[in-house]
Design a protein around this ligand. Structure first.
Ligand code: ADP
Length: 161
């Protein structure tokens, strides 16, 4: 059985992330979406909120699990038996950083490979940061995130959905 991990902050999850989840779930037997507990990075949503949003949005994919982790991603990957790390590439700006991380991980753990999925063009501009920026000014985020989570995001900014 081939397990892949898709790690990230997902603060909040967007259509871009969900597209990568859907596509990678069809490529592997088991996909674990690993939500990073990053104490250095100030997040809008708590770790439990992020996990629960992704769980409810992926409930129809039987081979997708959602869990949080802290510490080194590659250690967590080993712990859950993942042999592949999935990352999404939006533009060349993602590339240099992602390549460096993938190569570092490969030195540490040669048995785990990183697979890059290029984003669907319609989501190539999309990031969690853009969603937060838009929402903070009361903008329409319905093209960025599923409707189920719009009220949760707007509430964080004291705005009505
Ligand atoms: P991180 O803080 O680790 O960058 P993110 O939650 O921002 O976490 O992203 C997790 C992964 O999803 C990364 O591989 C990122 O490149 C990818 N990703 C983010 N937004 C998109 C998008 N719009 N389309 C495809 N992949 C994306």
């Amino acid at each position: 059985m081939r397990t892949a991990i898709y790690p990230g902050s997902f603060d909040p999850v967007t259509f871009g992330h969900l597209d990568i989840i859907k596509r990678s779930a069809s490529m592997f037997d088991r996909l674990v979406v690993g939500v990073l507990k990053n104490s250095a990075k100030k997040s809008l949503f708590t770790i439990d909120e992020r996990v629960s949003m992704i769980k409810s949005l992926t409930k129809d994919y039987p081979n997708v699990e959602v869990a949080s982790f802290d510490g080194l991603m590659i250690d967590y990957a080993k712990q859950i038996g993942a042999s592949v790390v999935i990352r999404g590439l939006r533009a060349v700006t993602d590339f240099e950083y992602e390549l460096q991380i993938a190569q570092t991980n490969r030195v540490e753990s040669p048995e785990i490979d990183t697979v890059f999925l290029t984003t669907s063009l319609k989501y190539s501009y999309l990031s969690s940061t853009i969603v937060k920026e838009f929402a903070s000014y009361g903008g329409d985020i319905s093209k960025f995130v599923p409707k189920e989570i719009i009220p949760l995001i707007m509430e964080k900014f004291g705005r009505e959905a």
